[in-house]
Design a protein around this ligand. Structure first.
Ligand SMILES: *[C@@H]1O[C@H](CO)[C@@H](O)[C@H](O)[C@H]1NC(C)=O
Ligand SMILES: *[C@@H]1O[C@H](CO)[C@@H](O)[C@H](O)[C@H]1NC(C)=O
Ligand SMILES: *[C@@H]1O[C@H](CO)[C@@H](O)[C@H](O)[C@H]1NC(C)=O
Ligand SMILES: *[C@@H]1O[C@H](CO)[C@@H](O)[C@H](O)[C@H]1NC(C)=O
Ligand SMILES: *[C@@H]1O[C@H](CO)[C@@H](O)[C@H](O)[C@H]1NC(C)=O
Ligand SMILES: *[C@@H]1O[C@H](CO)[C@@H](O)[C@H](O)[C@H]1NC(C)=O
Ligand SMILES: *[C@@H]1O[C@H](CO)[C@@H](O)[C@H](O)[C@H]1NC(C)=O
Ligand SMILES: *[C@@H]1O[C@H](CO)[C@@H](O)[C@H](O)[C@H]1NC(C)=O
Ligand SMILES: *[C@@H]1O[C@H](CO)[C@@H](O)[C@H](O)[C@H]1NC(C)=O
Ligand SMILES: *[C@@H]1O[C@H](CO)[C@@H](O)[C@H](O)[C@H]1NC(C)=O
Ligand SMILES: *[C@@H]1O[C@H](CO)[C@@H](O)[C@H](O)[C@H]1NC(C)=O
Ligand SMILES: *[C@@H]1O[C@H](CO)[C@@H](O)[C@H](O)[C@H]1NC(C)=O
Length: 604
C-alpha cells in the first residue's frame, strides 16, 4: 500500500485533466492501478536515425531519444511498464522485450505474428506488467534486421525490497551491450540476404555503441571513440552483459579479473568464477566483478568473435577500458588471451553445461527457485526442431526449421482468431522433421495449454544458433553433440538446470529444453541470429485454454492496431478517436472506473 499511494495520485489527477483528449491509454493505467495496485514506470521512446561513426565510418544508426544505445528501462518485480514508442524511421517498427513474460498478454510482445506494425510517423503505447520477474534483459526493434542498426537498450527488473538478492548489494551496476557490427546499415544487409548472399564477416564489435580501444595501431584506426568503465579499487560491481549483435557469438573477458556468474535472464545461478565467458546472440548475463587488482595500469575489457577462425576474424573484436580511480596509466600490451579450445569441441561445451540455477535462492517470489520440481513432471509432448543451412525456395534464399520457412501473417494470429479471419495461418507445424521438400508457409505449432513439453533443438546448420522463446522461460536440461535420440533423456539434469529464455545450440549438436505451457497466447519461437531469423527461421506456438474459450487470455488493449484483413478497423492516427462510437463507450467505462478508483482511494 505504501508503494501504491506515492505513484497513483499524480496519475489520477493527470488522467482527469487530460481525460477528454486521451481516453484510451489511461483506462489501461486505471485498470492496472486500481485492481492490481502495482506501481508503474513510464517512458516515451522516439526511434529515429542519427549519424554515428562507431567504427570510424559515418553511418545511419537507430537511436532511441537521440541516444545510441537507447535508455535503460528500470523496473521492479510486478511493476507496470508503459512505453510509448514513436516511429520516426522511414519503415514499419515494432519493439520487443524478450525474456519479459507478458503473462496472458501476447498483445504487447512486439513481434509481427502477434502485432500489427507501427507505421512511420505513428506511435503505439506498450503497457505490460513484469509479473513475478527479476533480472537482466534488453529490448530491441524486432522487424527486418533493424537491430543490426541499433534501437536496443537494457531492461532491468530489480528484486522487491522484501526479497534479498543472493549476494551482497553490489557497489554499482554497469551495463555492457556487446555485439558484432557492420558499417553497412540494416537495409543494405537485407539487400545482401535477399540476393542470396551471406552477411559475411562483421566489420567489428561494439561495446555500448562504441568501437575498439586502439590496442594495436595496425588493426585499429586512429580516432575511434571507445568505452571507458570507471571504477573504484576494492569495490564490487554487477556487470550486466548482453549480446545485442547480429549473428556472432562473443567471448567476454576482463584482463586480470574474475567474472563471478550470478544471474542469467531472470534466474539466479549457482555462483561460479570464470576467467572468460561465451555470450551468444540475444543472451544476457550478470557477473560480479571485484576490483582487486593493483591498478599499475588500466585493464582491457574484451568481447571477441568465438567459434570462428580467429586469425581471419581479427577485426571482429570489441575492446573497452576498465579504469580504476587510482590507475597509474593507460593500458597497453597484448589483449588477454581468448580460449584456445575452438577446435576442441568437447571442451567448448563444458562452460554452458556448468551453468546451474541456485535452487535455494529466491528470485521474484519468496520461495526458493528450486521449489518447482520440473524434473518430476511427466513430459506430455516432444518437439524436435531441426535447423538446416539456408536453401533456395521459389528462387529465394530462405532458412528453415523442420523444412518450413516461416512467412509472417498479414493479419496477426490472435486478432485473426478473434475476428474469425479465415486462412490467416495454419496450425500444422510438424512435431518432427519430416524430410519433406522445404517450403514457405504461415505454419504455427498447435501447442496444448498446461502441457509440459520437451523441445529438442537440433542444429544441422553450420553455425552456432541461439534460440529464444517469447512468453516463457525454459529449463535447459541437456546439450550434446550428434543427433538427439529418446535415450538421451536419461542424461538430463532433472535437478538444478538453469531456467532462461535464450539458449545456444552448437552446430552438429542439440540442446533439450523443458517448458510448462501455462501462459496462454501466441508466442514466438525463433533464432536470435538476425540473418537466419530474417530468412524465416522461426515459428509461433498457439496456446489457448480450450475450456474457457480464451477467457484466461487478456482482451486486446484499447489501442490495438489493425492491419491485413482487418485494416479497415484501424482508427486514424489523428487523435480524432474521441468522437468515435468506440471511444464514446470508453468514456463511460472510464468514468465508472474513476468512481471505483476514487472510492478505493477513500476507503481502501
Ligand atoms: C542504408 O544504406 C543504403 C546503402 O548504403 C542507403 O542507400 C540508405 O539510404 C541507408 N538507409 C538509411 C536509413 O540510412
Ligand atoms: C533503478 O531504480 C532504482 C530505484 O528504484 C535505483 O536504486 C537504481 O539505481 C536504478 N538503477 C539504474 C541502473 O538506473
Ligand atoms: C500515441 O500516443 C498518444 C499519447 O501521445 C496516446 O494517447 C495514444 O494512445 C498512442 N497511440 C497508440 C496506438 O497507442
Ligand atoms: C598488431 O597486429 C598485427 C596484425 O595481427 C601484428 O602483426 C602485430 O604484431 C600487432 N602489433 C602489436 C604491437 O601487437
Ligand atoms: C571468485 O574470485 C574472487 C577473486 O576474484 C574470489 O574472491 C572469490 O572467492 C571467488 N568466488 C568463488 C565462488 O569462487
Ligand atoms: C601489479 O599486478 C601485476 C599483475 O598481477 C604484477 O605483475 C605487478 O608486479 C604488480 N605491481 C605492483 C606494484 O604490485
Ligand atoms: C584459419 O585461416 C588461416 C588463413 O586463411 C588458415 O591459414 C588457417 O589454416 C585457418 N585455420 C583453421 C584451423 O582452419
Ligand atoms: C545460493 O543462494 C544463497 C541465498 O539463498 C546464497 O547464500 C548462496 O551463496 C548461493 N549459492 C551459490 C553457490 O550461488
Ligand atoms: C507419470 O507417468 C507415469 C507412467 O509413465 C505414471 O505412473 C505417473 O502416475 C505419471 N505421473 C503423473 C504426475 O501424471
Ligand atoms: C490442436 O490440438 C487440439 C488438441 O490439443 C485439437 O483438438 C485440435 O483439433 C488441433 N487443431 C488443429 C487445427 O489441428
Ligand atoms: C547434418 O546431418 C547430416 C546427416 O545426419 C550429417 O552427416 C552432417 O554431419 C550434419 N551436419 C551438421 C553441421 O550437423
Ligand atoms: C483518416 O484521415 C485522413 C486524412 O488524414 C482522411 O482522408 C481519411 O478519410 C480518414 N479515414 C477515416 C477512416 O476516418
Amino acid at each position: 500500500m505504501v508503494e501504491f499511494s506515492y505513484n497513483s495520485k499524480p496519475i489520477l489527477s493527470m488522467a482527469l485533466s487530460r481525460f477528454s483528449l486521451l481516453p484510451l491509454i489511461h483506462i489501461a493505467l486505471f485498470t492496472t492501478l486500481c485492481f492490481a495496485a502495482d506501481p508503474s514506470v513510464s517512458y516515451e521512446f522516439r526511434l529515429s536515425y542519427i549519424t554515428a561513426s562507431p567504427l570510424g565510418v559515418p553511418q545511419q544508426v537507430i537511436a532511441v531519444n537521440g541516444e545510441f544505445p537507447g535508455p535503460i528501462i528500470n523496473a521492479t518485480t510486478n511493476y507496470v511498464v508503459i512505453v510509448n514508442v514513436w516511429n520516426d524511421l522511414d519503415e514499419n517498427l515494432l519493439m520487443t522485450w524478450p525474456g519479459i513474460q507478458m503473462r496472458r498478454d501476447s498483445w504487447q510482445d512486439g513481434v509481427r505474428g502477434t502485432n500489427c506494425p507501427i507505421p512511420p510517423k505513428e506511435n503505439f503505447t506498450y503497457n505490460f506488467q513484469v509479473k513475478d520477474q527479476i533480472g537482466s534483459f534488453f529490448y530491441f526493434p524486432s522487424l527486418n534486421l533493424q537491430r543490426a542498426s541499433g534501437g536496443f537498450g537494457s531492461f532491468i527488473i530489480n528484486n522487491r525490497e522484501i526479497i534479498p538478492i543472493p549476494f551482497s548489494q553490489p557497489d554499482g551496476d554497469i551495463i555492457l551491450l556487446i555485439g558484432d557490427w557492420y558499417t553497412q546499415n540494416h537495409t543494405a544487409l537485407r539487400t545482401a540476404l535477399d540476393s542470396g548472399k551471406d552477411l559475411g564477416m562483421p566489420d567489428g564489435v561494439l561495446i555500448n555503441g562504441k568501437g575498439p580501444y586502439r590496442y594495436n595501431t595496425t588493426l585499429v584506426p586512429d580516432g575511434i571513440e571507445y568505452e571507458t568503465i570507471q571504477v573504484d579499487p576494492g569495490k564490487t560491481y554487477r556487470l550486466r552483459v548482453h549480446n545485442v549483435g547480429t549473428s556472432t557469438s562473443l567471448n567476454f573477458r576482463i584482463q586480470g579479473h574474475n567474472l563471478l556468474l550470478v544471474e542469467t535472464e531472470g534466474y539466479y545461478t549457482s555462483q561460479q568464477n570464470y576467467t572468460n565467458f561465451d555470450i551468444h546472440v540475444g543472451q544476457s548475463y550478470s557477473f560480479l566483478v571485484t576490483m582487486d587488482q593493483n591498478a599499475t595500469s588500466d585493464y582491457y575489457i574484451v568481447a571477441s568473435a568465438r567459434f570462428v577462425n580467429e586469425s581471419l576474424w581479427q577485426r571482429v573484436i570489441g575492446v573497452a577500458v576498465l579504469h580504476y580511480s587510482n590507475s597509474k596509466g593507460p593500458v597497453s600490451g597484448p589483449l588477454p588471451e581468448a580460449p584456445s579450445d575452438v577446435y576442441n569441441q568437447w571442451a567448448a561445451m563444458t562452460q554452458p553445461r556448468s551453468i546451474k540455477q541456485n535452487t535455494t535462492a529466491s528470485g521474484a517470489r519468496p520461495n526458493p527457485q528450486g521449489s518447482f520440481h520440473y524434473g518430476q513432471i511427466n513430459i506430455t509432448e516432444t518437439y524436435v526442431l531441426r535447423s538446416l543451412p539456408p536453401v533456395t525456395i521459389d528462387g529465394k534464399q530462405r532458412a528453415t526449421v523442420n523444412d518450413i520457412s516461416f512467412v509472417n501473417p498479414d493479419t496477426p494470429i490472435r486478432l485473426a482468431d478473434l475476428h474469425k479471419v479465415k486462412g490467416a495461418y495454419k496450425l500444422d507445424f510438424p512435431n518432427m522433421p519430416l524430410n519433406r521438400p522445404p517450403k514457405m508457409d504461415i505454419s504455427v505449432i498447435n501447442a496444448t495449454y498446461k502441457g509440459f513439453i520437451q523441445v529438442i533443438l537440433q542444429n544441422n546448420d553450420t553455425k552456432m544458433l541461439s534460440f529464444h522463446m517469447d512468453g516463457y522461460s525454459f529449463f535447459v536440461v541437456g546439450m550434446d553433440w550428434g543427433v538427439w535420440t529418446e535415450d538421451k533423456k536419461s542424461s538430463y539434469n532433472n535437478w538444478d538446470a538453469i531456467s532462461r529464455s535464450t539458449v545456444e545450440v552448437y552446430p552438429g549438436g542439440w540442446t533439450a529444453v523443458l517448458v510448462s505451457l501455462d501462459n496462454v497466447g501466441i508466442w514466438n519461437l525463433r533464432v536470435e541470429n538476425l540473418d537466419r531469423w530474417y530468412l524465416g527461421h522461426e515459428t509461433y506456438m498457439r496456446i489457448i485454454n480450450p475450456e474457457e474459450n480464451g477467457a484466461t487470455e487478456m482482451a486486446p488493449p484499447d489501442n490495438v492496431r489493425y492491419c491485413g484483413a482487418l485494416q479497415s478497423l484501424q482508427k486514424n492516427s489523428t487523435h480524432s478517436s474521441a468522437t468515435s462510437i468506440l471511444a464514446g463507450k470508453s468514456v463511460v467505462f472510464s468514468s465508472l472506473l474513476i468512481a471505483l478508483c476514487s472510492s478505493f482511494f477513500i476507503f481502501g
